[in-house]
Design a protein around this ligand. Structure first.
Ligand SMILES: *Cc1c(COP(=O)(O)O)cnc(C)c1O
Length: 422
């Protein structure tokens, strides 16, 4: 199978007349179509809403597009809350998922009227003292142990820092009720980047059965269940993409089977997808600036791990297309690298690709989520621009590249560094 970029060589040549490489490019059309499909897949659930995980791609221009498609925002920090507020997402448009949360972040979330999702039993008293308990409150569940589905999807909630144990959750809801909470929701995130239509239905089964147990043991009827993130995307060309319609239907079956008979058929479902919403609709466009022939064949790009850290951090695979050479045979064995003084700054290791020449444009696929956002300024390298390919084919700069002045802005050392002109 082949992965085709959403931009062509001709388009990239046109874009680079105004905006030089490297840059992240986002595809508005793809983002909107995908968001609409998600909403359609869960349209059977009254109250369904996607809260986009802001950490995946914290750019207000993209948040605004998602807002126009009906999405809210899932935040976990002060600046994520501020970004959401800036695009007009406030109150119950925001889900604030806490973990090791500092007081000022809880305060901001409370002031905005966000749904607050507590990470631990001890946070109940922490929040009570700080702001009081809001009328609607969520708790995050961690079932512990190993989460497996008999496929390659496996994760270890028992080693994860997040969430309440079950007995803490039951006790917690009762305590919250005594403190005045009136509406309750539960949240859980058990596996990341699942390329399988079965993950969400399985997670739903666990949470729906939990809701029934909560009702039986505490008398509390949950009103919200947040399936959080975790629906993945096919980074490799031979992976079969998730079918969101099949996923929505799978969750509906569990809902009818477990919640409806228990008198919990009014529960609203939330999702907090990040990767699924944006990863395929962003790419990193870079140019080959060096080739090197030593113990391996190297192609050096004008982008580096500062722009895309997933390969360096997790050994993650990002497919590469050499623009204009889509149909040439992949007969060259390359390491495709950036310029950091870190040998893990490699976008691809021993990858078969068409012959690459200096000047060629490369597209690194699926960087729309956890791409730009994870970047860092190691080696004093500056982060590059983000561009939006709009539905009408025009291109908008949605974040300018960093300048040395940005990099030096947080200390006041000498005039040489302050009076910088670029
Ligand atoms: C990271 C995160 C998400 C989004 O995860 P994806 O893998 O991008 O779908 C959702 N909810 C919470 C609480 C998260 O931390």
């Amino acid at each position: 199978m082949m992965k085709t970029p959403f931009v062509t060589l001709e388009q990239v040549k046109e874009i680079t007349k105004t905006y030089p490489t490297p840059f992240h490019l986002y595809d508005e059309k793809g983002i909107r179509e995908n968001a609409r499909k998600l909403n359609q897949a869960f349209a059977w659930n009254k109250g369904f809403r996607e809260y986009f995980a802001v950490k995946a791609t914290p750019n207000p221009f993209l948040l605004k597009i998602l807002k126009e498609e009906g999405c809210g925002a899932d935040c976990s920090s002060l600046t994520e809350l501020m970004l959401s507020e800036a695009v007009g997402l406030t109150g119950h448009d925001i889900m604030f998922s806490s973990n090791v949360t500092p007081p000022e972040e809880y305060k901001k979330a409370y002031e905005l009227g966000a749904y607050i999702n507590l990470d631990d039993y001890t946070h109940i008293d922490f929040l009570e003292k700080l702001t009081g308990i809001p009328e609607t409150i969520f708790c995050r569940y961690n079932p512990g142990g190993v989460f497996g589905m008999g496929t390659d999807i496996m994760d270890t909630p028992g080693e994860a820092k997040y969430g309440f144990k079950k007995n803490q959750l039951l006790e917690g809801f009762l305590r919250l009720k005594r403190m005045g909470a009136k509406h309750f929701g539960v949240h859980s995130f058990l596996a990341s980047n699942t390329v399988s239509n079965d993950y969400y239905p399985e997670l739903a089964r666990i949470l729906f059965e939990l809701a029934v147990e909560i009702k039986e043991k505490t008398g509390i009827s949950l009103e919200y269940i947040n399936l959080s993130g975790g629906i993945g995307v096919p980074y490799y060309p031979d992976q079969k993409p998730n079918d969101i319609m099949v996923i929505g239907e799978g969750v509906r079956e569990k809902f009818e089977e477990i919640l409806v008979p228990a008198g919990l058929g009014n529960i609203a479902l939330f999702t907090e997808l990040g990767r699924f919403m944006l990863a395929p609709y962003g790419c990193l466009v870079a140019r080959a600036i060096h080739e090197k022939h030593t113990y391996r064949e190297y192609i050096g790009l004008d982008a580096c791990a500062v722009d895309l850290m997933r390969p360096a951090m997790y050994g993650a695979y990002h497919h590469i297309t050499v623009l204009g050479k889509e149909n040439e045979p992949c007969e060259h064995f390359y390491d495709v690298t950036g310029s950091l003084c870190e040998n893990n700054d490699k976008f691809a290791v021993e990858r078969m690709l068409p012959e690459i020449n200096v000047g060629d444009y490369l597209v690194l696929h699926d960087t729309g989520a956890h791409g730009y956002a994870m970047g860092y300024n190691y080696n004093g390298k500056l982060k590059h621009a983000e561009l939006l390919l709009k539905e009408d084919g025009s291109v908008q700069l949605i974040r300018r590249p960093e300048t040395p002045k940005d990099y030096f802005a947080t200390f006041d050392f000498c005039d040489v560094l302050k009076d910088i002109k670029y």
